[in-house]
Write a protein that binds this ligand. Structure first.
Ligand code: MRU
Length: 349
């Protein structure tokens, strides 16, 4: 897998062969982004079946232990628990370890393949939104603002929020992306900017706090963000700072969409603000900044050494601020009725 900590300056491939290595890779964000976390956890469970069989361990007990270890790595992206539960259910249907290993391998592959397929469909549905705006812009670029990285690095292939952007660019529609830097881990300036640049999509990196100013001055046509967990009622948890962008978008009457594959829906939680667990990470991520200097990675302190810092990873944008959700089955309003109309199999019976 790509060890994303070193992008955009170094392209490092990491070999992951054990559950412990996978848990570390997810927790320490060598891999990150909701879809990729789910796909990685799927393969983590496959590695668990291999290890359980090799060690002659009590298969079920070993798998439960691996599932608990992987589940504990990061709390907010629901794809993690979703992938692990799907693996446990499928593996439980096998009778002998060899069969269970084969089931786990197929399930991991299915999770990854579905992710790519669903993001591809999100791209096509979101493309229509960009096309509509492009028609009113007489050849001027459609300015899309995004936050964090919900691109192909955060998924298996196209990404969620970036999929419509890539689809529009590939179709020759002029698009320009405002990339919000996303302190403290800088997924915007490090990852999204790199991805878009590699694909040839015009983009500009902005400080996180610049979004409101750009919106007030008519420089943003559309906001598309990803989601780490979306309640079936339409509340969207995404990278910290997303809520503020939604507030500014609402104030300036700019459409604000979240791109959400079905794997990122939480079909049990009703109220995102009170129920979605928000990850708190190391204070040092706030107190320090890192980057590439003189051919190597350096980390420097940016706060007074003894100032305390707190590092919330995500926030929740309430459904009233979300214009719509772009899913693999189409675009819908961010409310329970519209979401369940697209996904009737999740309606309470
Ligand atoms: O902490 P991360 O990098 O795993 O956060 C996830 C994200 O990249 C974003 O919140 C993203 O917009 C949604 S996940 C595709």
């Amino acid at each position: 897998m790509i060890d994303q900590r070193f992008l955009p300056h170094q392209f490092v491939i990491e070999q992951v062969t054990t559950v412990d290595q996978m848990a570390t890779a997810i927790r320490e964000m060598h891999v990150r982004g909701a879809g990729l976390i789910g796909a990685s956890a799927g393969y983590g469970m496959y590695l668990a079946t291999l290890a359980a069989a090799a060690h002659g361990a009590d298969f079920d007990k070993y798998l439960a232990h691996a599932a608990a270890k992987l589940s504990a790595t990061r709390p907010t992206a629901v794809n993690l628990a979703w992938a692990i539960e799907r693996q446990l259910k499928n593996i439980g249907g096998g009778r002998a370890p060899t069969e269970q290993i084969a089931i786990a391998r197929n399930t991991a592959r299915q999770i990854a393949d579905e992710d790519a397929e669903h993001c591809g469909m999100i791209g096509q549905h979101g493309l229509r939104l960009i096309e509509q705006i492009a028609r009113q812009k007489a050849g001027q670029p459609v300015n899309v603002l995004t936050h964090c990285n919900a691109g192909w690095l955060a998924f298996v292939d196209y990404g969620s929020a970036t999929a419509p952007i890539y689809a529009a660019h590939d179709r020759g529609i002029p698009v320009h992306v405002w990339v919000s830097e996303t302190r403290p881990r800088s997924q915007g300036s490090k990852l999204t900017a790199w991805e878009l640049g590699e694909h040839g999509v015009p983009h500009t990196v902005i400080a996180d706090n610049a979004a409101g100013h750009l919106m007030q001055n008519g420089k943003v046509d559309l906001v598309i963000v990803g989601a780490d967990r979306t309640t079936f009622t339409g509340d969207v948890a995404n990278k910290i700072g997303t809520y503020l962008k939604a507030l500014a978008a609402t104030d300036n009457k700019i459409p604000f969409y979240a791109a959400v594959p079905s794997s990122s829906f939480d079909w049990k939680m009703r109220d995102g603000v009170s129920e979605i667990p928000i990850e708190e990470r190391e204070a040092d991520e706030i107190k320090n900044a890192d980057g590439w200097f003189d051919g190597k990675w350096v980390e420097v302190r940016v706060t007074p050494s003894d100032s305390p810092a707190v590092n919330y990873g995500f926030d929740v944008t309430p459904r009233r601020l979300v214009t719509g959700l772009i899913t693999e089955r189409g675009v819908c309003a961010a409310d329970e009725r519209s979401i369940l109309a697209l996904f009737p199999e999740h309606a309470p019976s």
